[in-house]
Design a protein around this ligand. Structure first.
Ligand code: PLP
Length: 346
């Protein structure tokens, strides 16, 4: 008899389970709409040219070794990642008030940020949008935070429930953490306008709500890296504090390399240093230190002007294709008199 005989079969992850079902399906015209991974016109995964180039450079550099990275990851990668999301001229970076640690893609960055908040932040409640990416609730709950929701999507307008959002954040406990999708809200694709972001910012700052940005799609929403970081930069420009979890899965196509970063913007360099010292205590017993290959690719690309420009061109091409595919799907449904909203419900 097995000591594990009382273990019951767990349900498949609702998103990754779609891939399991997809792989089993024999239908030749099958399409996997589950995991949000970019596909080419031929339905194949894409490795960016600029990533292939960077990898070649890394392979040819025989001075590179496979030693452990520090607990906080690759220093260059962290600096460049902060610059990418907060902007090259961000005052918070200039003033050394940001701590950035390399984490296991977006999910790992969210988890490390949440574990830090559960240990060191005075309010243990996080508000997430309704609906949101399915993993948010589990990541934050397991990290020790209590999860509540704020209204976000209005099915009747298929847009933002802005008054509901303001009402719910307005009645949230002062100091509560608020999870915000920096852009390309998953799963609705609905983002606040600049004016709405500004109102959200004012409300959140007046109630001392702590913004925790999930930035999994910088550059994917509009095709422009700066435009997609505008929400985050508004909150950093006011001098206040916030957290940001970045993923390079989508915008650099590094999905399985698990490359991401958590940044915490603080009020002073001194506080940022203390926060970083505690992040290390969160990370060390969890996975000791992060992998070296993925962040090295990112650092090579972000550091080199030509490679960086090449990346922005390839990124824009992916974003444009996504936008055009959506339009074509919408048009095809309209042409067949199919209602978009009723399709989404099935
Ligand atoms: N956050 C959102 C909103 C996402 O959609 C995703 C991926 O689908 C992630 C975070 C994290 O992805 P990863 O851990 O692969 O970077």
């Amino acid at each position: 008899d097995s000591v594990f005989s009382n273990v019951v079969q767990a349900p498949e992850d609702p998103i990754l389970g779609v891939t399991v079902a997809y792989n089993k399906d024999q239908n030749p015209v099958k399409l996997n709409l589950g995991v949000g991974a970019y596909r080419t016109e031929e339905g194949k995964p894409l490795v960016l040219n600029v990533v292939r180039k960077a990898e070649q450079m890394l392979v040819n550099d025989h001075s590179r070794v496979k030693e452990y990275l520090p607990i906080t990851g690759l220093a260059d990668f962290n600096k460049l990642s902060a610059k990418l999301i907060f902007g090259a001229n961000s005052l918070a970076i200039v003033e050394n008030r940001v701590t950035t640690v390399q984490c296991l893609s977006g999910t790992g960055s969210l988890r490390v940020g949440a574990e830090f908040l559960a240990r060191h932040y005075h309010v243990k409640t996080i508000y997430i949008p309704l609906p949101t990416w399915g993993n948010h609730t589990k990541v934050f709950t397991l990290a020790g935070l209590s999860v509540k929701t704020y209204r976000y999507y209005d099915p009747s307008t298929r847009g933002l429930d802005f008054s509901g959002l303001l009402e719910d954040l307005g009645s949230a406990q002062s100091g509560a953490i608020v999870l915000l999708h920096a852009c390309a809200h998953n799963p609705t694709g609905v983002d606040p306008t600049s004016d709405q972001w500004e109102q959200i910012r004012q409300l959140m700052r007046s109630k001392e709500l702590l913004p925790f940005f999930d930035s999994a799609y910088q550059g994917f929403a509009s095709g422009n890296l700066d435009a997609d970081a505008e929400s985050v930069r508004m909150f950093v420009a006011d001098g206040g504090e916030c957290l940001a979890a970045q993923s390079y899965a989508k915008n650099m196509g590094l999905y399985g390399e698990r490359v991401g970063a958590l940044s915490i913007v603080c009020k002073s360099a001194d506080i940022a240093a203390r926060v970083e010292s505690q992040l290390k205590l969160v990370i060390r017993p969890m996975y000791s230190n992060p992998p070296i290959h993925g962040p090295s690719i990112v650092a090579v690309i972000l550091k080199d002007g030509d490679l960086y420009r090449e990346w922005t061109v390839e990124l824009k091409a992916m974003a444009d294709r996504i936008i055009s595919m959506r339009q074509q799907l919408f048009d095809a449904l309209q042409a067949r008199d199919l209602n978009w909203a009723s399709c989404l419900k099935t």
